[in-house]
Design a protein around this ligand. Structure first.
Ligand code: FRU
Length: 548
């Protein structure tokens, strides 16, 4: 045998040995609701497949823990009861033997009690979340679907997770709504109620909740439809999906995030869809066949388009169009073409991303309610990301013209209990008063500061700059800000602190921002107003209830 042949054989043996030890399968007859799976961030991601009756039922990637898991995740298999699942794994198979079924999710008793669990913001029980999807009010309930990786605290395997609430404050997590399929993973989208059965999905008097989502593969993104007749619990995907495949037209993989709404004056459906370099408008009579109408460049991901009264006057409205960063244009819309007239402006900056507004809010309510994804790391937790506080969007005439105003919805008020209010303090006094709150994991603080000698002033929390106002340079935390009263020396802030996040609403929501709460442990100064001779004109502290 020559040397080369020997080496090849040896390499083959090594490879073969290696491959066979890095793949495996196990079969489990399902008698319980959940399969609990151990995860270790040290392991590589590898493909796992569930097969029943020789057919692939689910496939995803997971870092299955070979030895001690960092945390456990769960897969709801209640729909497969009585069947035998063959679980195949392409990676280190040592963890396969640890997978077990149970009627409880692993560690369920510790859910919402974790050290870094946000206390008044929605987070998911396990895994990663990003964009809110399919925000819709129906039959007394608000539905929050969301981009979800149920199997790891990082982005992958996009599903639509699902939660419901009666008040937009307290949420109940429900089973996954949309699972990846042969067309791709489930990227962002929206939902409507098809009261007039335009799509033909309704069942007698039960109108279908119809969802629009992007099915994504690495080289293509198409728009698809699914419907639910049981309030979003179970979904049927339309058998002629995808309904829009526009990759070739745009010579781009980036065609995604359909936002659909009913356009009453035209009696048709409208879809705003991000395609390559902006938002396109499509129309439809039946939610299945879509006609391309127009395109506005200058937006990236997650389109929104809605009409709002100016200063509350229903006879004087503008349309708002925004993308994932929230920068918006104001304009007019005739059902087919959005004509930009002003903007782009911003109303909120920081960690907010991919915000969406609710559809199907009753006319008697009439609010435009928004939820944004908070790009906040939940350090060391088996879950990651969060939803920011729900806010109401309105249009108001300001000294610069009509602008979008953003304030937490009134339902959030039930969370806050006033503890103290002080007027007209020096910064030293204010800092002393706040000492008793250093250890609070959550708090709401309303304050008005007045500058006199200083050109800049602000408010720190253990070294983190919650407010850094430069009156001279006209910036707040580095972003341009000019108060409505041009000669004002005052600034008002409504500050919402949770365990891992901070949201700040300036001067009644004319500007807002959000950030990760990152206290510097070496810094001992606690809450700290700063600025030469500033007056803390108003200081209110509220205790915050937990929503869990
Ligand atoms: C925005 C986004 C969307 C996409 C989704 C994927 O955060 O990139 O455009 O649909 O996230 O998770």
């Amino acid at each position: 045998m020559n040397l080369i042949l020997k080496i090849t054989l040896a390499v083959n043996l090594m490879l073969f040995g290696c491959l066979s030890s890095f793949a495996g399968d196990v079969s489990i007859k399902i008698t319980k609701k959940y399969l609990n799976l151990p995860v270790s961030q040290k392991e590589n991601r590898s493909k796992m497949t569930f097969e029943t009756d020789g057919k692939q039922e689910r496939t995803f990637v997971i870092r299955l823990a070979g030895d001690a898991p960092d945390y456990w995740v769960f897969a709801d298999v209640s729909a497969l009861k009585g069947k035998t699942i063959k679980i195949s794994y392409d990676g280190n198979p040592d963890g396969l033997a640890k997978i077990y079924q149970d009627d409880k999710k692993a560690d369920e008793d510790t859910f919402y009690k974790e050290k870094n669990r946000p206390q008044y913001h929605f987070t998911t029980q396990r895994g990663w979340i990003n964009d809110p999807n399919g925000l819709i009010f129906y039959d007394g309930e608000y539905h929050l679907f969301y981009q979800h990786n149920p199997y790891e605290r990082e982005w992958e395997n996009m599903h639509w997770g699902h939660a419901v609430s009666k008040d937009l404050v307290h949420w109940q997590q429900l089973p996954e709504a949309l699972y990846p399929d042969h067309l791709g993973t489930m990227f962002s989208g929206s939902a409507v109620i098809d009261y007039d059965n335009t799509a033909g999905f309704n069942n007698g008097n039960t109108p279908a909740m119809v969802a629009f989502y992007t099915a994504a593969t690495p080289d293509k993104q198409t728009q698809c439809v699914a419907y639910s007749l049981d309030k979003g619990l179970t979904w049927t995907k339309y058998d002629k999906n995808p309904v829009i495949d526009s990759k070739a037209k745009w010579n781009s993989v980036d065609t995604r995030d359909p936002k659909v709404f009913w356009y009453k004056p035209g009696g048709h459906w409208v879809m705003a869809l991000n395609e390559r370099d902006g938002h396109s408008i499509y129309t439809s009579k039946n939610l299945k066949d879509w006609n391309y109408e127009s395109h506005v460049t200058g937006f990236w991901e997650c389109p929104e388009l809605f009409e709002l009264p100016i200063d509350g006057d229903k006879n004087n409205t503008k349309w708002v169009m925004y993308g994932a960063t929230g920068t918006y244009m104001l304009g007019s819309f005739d059902g087919k073409v959005f004509t930009p007239e002003a903007g782009k402006y911003f109303y909120s900056t920081g960690d907010i991303y991919a915000a969406q507004t609710f559809t199907n809010i009753p006319d008697s309510d009439g609010r435009r309610i928004q939820i944004g994804w908070g790009r906040i790391q939940q350090a060391g937790m088996p879950f990651n990301g969060m939803m920011l506080l729900p806010t109401e969007l309105t249009l108001r005439t300001t000294k610069e013209g009509v602008r979008l105003i953003n304030v937490p919805i009134r339902e959030t008020e039930q969370l806050f209990e006033p503890v103290h209010q002080w007027k007209s303090l020096s910064s030293d006094d204010a800092n002393n008063k706040l000492k008793e709150f250093y250890a609070a994991d959550r708090l709401r603080i309303k304050t008005t500061i007045k500058l006199s000698h200083a050109t800049s002033a602000g408010f720190n929390f253990f070294g983190q700059r919650i407010i850094d106002y430069d009156m001279n340079g006209n910036t707040i935390n580095g972003v341009f800000y000019s108060p409505q009263d041009r000669s004002s020396m005052e600034l008002t802030a409504d500050i919402f602190i949770d365990r891992t996040s901070i949201e700040v609403f300036i001067d009644g929501g004319i500007y807002s921002y959000s950030m990760e709460r990152k206290p510097n442990n070496d810094n001992k100064e606690g809450f700290h107003f700063w600025g030469n001779n500033i007056e803390v004109k108003n200081l209110e502290v509220y205790a915050v209830k937990s929503i869990w």
